[in-house]
Design a protein around this ligand. Sequence first.
Ligand code: FES
Length: 157
Amino acid sequence: MLVLEKNALSEEIENLVGEFGKDRSALLQILQAIQGKHKYISDFAQQEVARMMDIHPVEVNSIVSFYAFLYSEPKGRYIVRLCQTISCDMSGKEEVAEAVQRELGISFGQTTKDKRITLEFTNCLGMCDQGPAMLVNEKVYTKLDPETAVNILSEIK
Ligand code: FES
């Protein structure tokens, strides 16, 4: 990261801490604001948040790691989340998982080289009676099989 970018990010975090306050209860809001703008929270950003809030960097990192919607590294433009919870698992999630990995040439937890698609597992999406279910950014797809899942991916590839 360039020095100029670091300075700009530090200033931005300083403004956020000024706006939300230094109390620990503001930590999640500050992290969400950084995530909202940059799409991830870099190590540097985490360290700066910790420094400006007078807390240990491990505490900031544990929050980033805990919440599935906070990322410590850049993700793809599309985040594909396949439900791994029991109902979807029993209705064919594994076959769908294999098909999407094959189609994208990546494993779960990885992002395509062109930074377009990130593949992740998620827990129950509340569509248990219509599994396997998958979320592509905000949109839910249900009753998937390997073929329909691959068709959905080819629309966003
Ligand atoms: S178990 Fe997959 S949506 Fe609930």
